[in-house]
Write a protein that binds this ligand. Structure first.
Ligand SMILES: Cc1ncc(COP(=O)(O)O)c(C=O)c1O
Length: 398
C-alpha cells in the first residue's frame, strides 16, 4: 500500500482523533524506521517512549514469536506463570516491597491506582477519604477519570462533562500542602512530566512532600508511565529521588510495543478478589514482552551500557544547545527522557516537521519543548547520525 492509499482509507474509515504526519512506517530495525516508500529514518521518538528495545531486537522478537506459537491468552480465571514471573521480576529489580496488577495501558494503570487509593481511603480512616490531588501541567491519560486527573485545562472541553468528582488540581508542588484535607486519599504526580514539557520535579521538594504525605497517611502515587522502565537511566525515576512511593504506575516501555500497564503498590491487602480486573491485563503475550524487555534493559543497566548511551546523547544535546542559541534556550530532562526548550512554539513546530522531512523522528512536549525519547538500545552511530540530521535542519533555519 502506498502512502496516498493509507491516507485515503484512514480518513474514510477511522474516527478523527489524531492529526498524523504524512508518513507511514512499515518496518523497523534497531533505531531505524522505514516508510512506505522505503526511506530510512532515525528514530528519536520510539513511538512516544514505547519501543524501548528498538525494532526487531533479536532476543525480543524470538521471545515473542515463541510465545505466539505457544499461548497468547487464557484470561485471569486461571493462574498464569508468565504474569507471575513478570511481577516477580519487576519487584525484584525495583528493590521495593510491593505487589503488582497488570492492565493494558497507562491510563488504565492510573485508573487502577485511583481505585486502590480510594479503597485505602475508605478502609483506613473513620471519615471517607476520596480526593486525589494532581499537578496543573500533568498528563495522566484519556479515560474520563485520568483526563480529570490531568491538570491541563485545554484537555477539559465542556462537551465531555460532567467530569468525575474528587480531583483537585494544584498549580505546583508547594500548593499541594494547602490542598490536602481530611478527605484527601492520594497525590498523583509524574516525577518527570512527559507531556507537560519534560519537567523534572526538584528532588528536595519531592522528598519534603513525600514526608508530609506519609505523616498524614495520604498516598503518594507516582505516574511512571513515561519515565519508568529505565527511561530515566534507572528502573524507575523514583530511584533517583530516594523515595518509595505508595503506588507506582507504569506502561509504555514495559511492553516494548505490546500494550501493557502495571500498578505496583506497597499496600498489599487493599484490593480483594472482585475489586478490580481486566480481561486482557497481564496475558501471555504482553507479560512475555515485559519479561524480554526487562531482561534486555536490566543487562544494559547492569553493564553500564545504558549509562554510556545516556552520556553520549546528552553530550550531543549540549553541543546543539551551545551551537544554536537562536533556536534553543535550555536542555531539560533525565536519562533518555530529554528535551531542548525552543525559543518559541513556532520554532518548536517547524524544527519537528523539518526534522521529519530530513528523515529524523523527534517529538513535541508542552508548548515549546522538542522532546527526545530514543529507544534505550540506540547505538552511538545511530545517535550521531540522528544529530547530524538535526543539525542539517537547524542550519537550514539560520
Ligand atoms: C505520564 C503519563 N501517564 C499516562 C499516560 C497515558 O498512557 P496511555 O496513553 O498508555 O493510556 C501517558 C501517555 O502519554 C503519560 O505520559
Amino acid at each position: 500500500m502506498n502512502l496516498n492509499e493509507v491516507k485515503e482509507i484512514s480518513s474514510k474509515f477511522l474516527l478523527e482523533t489524531y492529526a498524523p504526519s504524512s508518513v507511514a512506517f512499515v518496518r523497523g530495525e534497531g533505531s531505524k524506521l522505514y516508510d512506505t516508500e522505503g526511506r530510512e529514518y532515525i528514530d528519536f521518538g520510539s513511538g512516544i517512549g514505547v519501543c524501548s528495545v528498538g525494532y526487531n531486537h533479536p532476543r525480543y522478537s524470538k521471545a515473542l514469536s515463541e510465545q505466539i506459537h505457544s499461548l497468547l491468552h487464557t484470561s485471569n480465571l486461571f493462574y498464569n506463570p508468565t504474569q507471575a514471573l513478570l511481577a516477580q521480576r519487576l519487584i525484584t529489580l525495583s528493590g521495593y516491597d510491593m505487589q503488582v496488577f497488570f492492565a493494558n495501558s497507562g491510563a488504565e494503570a492510573n485508573e487502577g491506582a485511583i481505585k486502590l487509593a480510594r479503597k485505602y481511603g475508605e478502609v483506613h480512616f473513620s471519615k471517607k477519604r476520596y480526593k486525589i490531588i494532581t499537578l496543573s501541567s500533568s498528563f495522566h491519560g484519556r479515560t474520563l477519570a485520568t483526563l480529570t486527573a490531568t491538570g491541563q485545562d485545554k484537555l477539559h472541553p465542556s462537551y465531555f462533562s460532567p467530569y468525575p468528582q474528587g480531583f483537585v488540581v494544584a498549580k505546583d508542588l508547594s500548593e499541594i500542602y494547602s490542598l490536602v484535607d481530611e478527605e484527601t486519599c492520594g497525590v498523583m504526580i509524574e516525577l518527570i512530566q512527559g507531556e507537560g514539557g519534560i519537567n523534572a520535579l526538584p528532588k528536595e521538594e519531592v522528598q519534603k512532600l513525600y514526608e508530609f504525605l506519609q505523616e498524614r497517611g495520604v498516598l503518594l502515587i507516582v505516574d511512571e508511565v513515561q519515565s519508568g522502565i529505565y527511561r530515566s537511566g534507572e528502573l524507575f525515576a523514583s530511584h533517583h529521588y530516594g523515595i518509595i512511593p505508595d503506588i507506582i504506575t507504569t506502561a509504555k516501555g514495559l511492553g516494548g510495543g505490546v500494550p501493557i500497564g502495571a500498578v505496583l503498590s506497597k499496600h498489599k491487602g487493599i484490593f480483594q478478589a472482585g475489586d478490580h480486573g481486566s480481561t486482557f491485563g497481564g496475558n501471555y503475550l504482553s507479560t512475555q514482552a515485559g519479561l524480554s524487555v526487562l531482561e534486555i534493559l536490566s543487562e544494559l543497566h547492569h553493564t553500564q551500557t545504558l549509562k554510556a548511551t545516556i552520556e553520549c546523547f546528552h553530550a550531543h544535546l549540549q553541543t546543539i544547545l551551545e551551537q544554536y542559541p537562536q533556536h534553543f534556550c535550555k536542555k531539560v530532562g533525565v536519562g533518555l527522557m530529554v528535551g531542548l526548550v525552543a525559543v518559541s512554539e513556532e520554532v518548536q513546530k517547524s524544527i519537528i516537521s523539518e526534522a521529519l522531512k530530513n528523515a529524523l523522528v523527534i517529538l513535541r512536549s508542552g508548548k515549546n519543548v522538542v522532546r527526545f525519547l530514543p529507544p534505550l538500545t540506540i547505538s552511538k552511530e545511530e545517535i550521531k547520525e540522528g544529530f547530524e540530521r538535526l543539525r542539517g535542519v537547524l542550519e537550514g533555519m539560520r
